[in-house]
Design a protein around this ligand. Structure first.
Ligand code: DGL
Length: 270
């Protein structure tokens, strides 16, 4: 069985874990919520890189064979550094991974603007993400590679991460928070809304309700799950192909563990 490490600034990455476990139910998972440092959205990229290193070391020490950076902001800020630093069999990696692997693969998030560009009929795609993701080179390079006939309109999901971490995903207050950032995108004619932050799928009920049935709300987690499976196969990491579903999940947090435990229970029942 493979052991898969997953991290995020908080509980957002559980929206990714939920999809990954549908595809790979027999594996073991180690999830790390860095909620003592949450939100990452407006933090300096150098701090996010330091956190990503420390958490990756922890996940490897716990036996991870592969790491999913289940956070768009951390992917934008840190994945290039992680891939460079953990790619060679140097002493540091050997010590940390206890000789299990001489290099480590990282799977990252990417706002699903490519599929959205194909799906849109109005030619306007709305993107909700953190300030860090919207300013990252990775996101902007992908955007530039897409046809000029599609217009991307963007908005930071102001207060969304805090709303999700507080476990209030449905109240009138939550609706007000969501509407304030979503409405400007709808007013500009967006008929696809890309959720460019792994916390936002927990608000997708409200997002869909406000946007109406003609607007597609797109989460990249299912695509990331497929990408992870591809990497596991390429790397020849042994995994359970029978889909038996006996894998265990270990949960860790740098801050209060309560929201993580409650949300894990929620995703396990949904
Ligand atoms: N869940 C994260 C993301 O995908 C980080 C949100 C935050 O901490 O600001 O971007």
């Amino acid at each position: 069985m493979a052991t898969i490490g997953i991290f995020d600034s908080g509980i957002g990455g559980l929206s990714v874990l939920r999809e990954v476990r549908k595809l790979l139910p027999s594996e073991d998972y180690i999830y790390f919520s860095d909620n003592a440092y949450c939100p990452y959205g407006q933090k300096d990229p150098s701090l996010i890189i330091d956190r990503a290193r420390e958490i990756s070391d922890f996940l490897l020490f716990k036996g991870a064979d592969v790491i999913v950076v289940a956070c768009n902001t951390a992917t934008g800020a840190a994945i290039a550094t992680l891939r460079a630093e953990y790619s060679s069999p140097d002493e540091r990696v050997e010590f940390i991974s206890q000789g299990r692997r001489d290099h480590v693969k990282f799977v990252g998030m990417e706002p699903a603007i490519k599929p959205a560009a194909k799906l849109t009929r109005s030619g306007v795609v709305g993107v909700l993400a953190t300030a860090g993701t919207l300013s990252a080179g990775k996101y902007n390079n992908t955007k530039e590679s897409l046809p000029g006939s599609v217009t991307f309109v963007e908005h930071v999901g102001e207060g969304f991460v805090e709303q999700v971490e507080s476990l209030d995903w449905t109240s009138d207050h939550a609706r007000g928070v969501v509407e304030a950032s979503l409405r400007p995108l709808l007013d500009k004619g967006a008929d696809c809304i890309v959720l460019g932050c792994t916390h936002y799928p927990f608000l997708s009920g409200l997002i869909q309700d406000i946007a109406g049935p003609d607007v597609k709300v797109i989460d990249s987690a299912p695509a990331i799950a497929k990408q992870l499976l591809k990497v596991i196969k390429e790397e020849k990491i042994p995994y359970g192909e029978d889909g038996g579903g006996s894998g265990k999940v270990s949960l860790y947090a740098s801050g209060d563990k309560g929201p993580l435990l409650k949300t894990f229970e929620f995703i396990s029942g949904s």
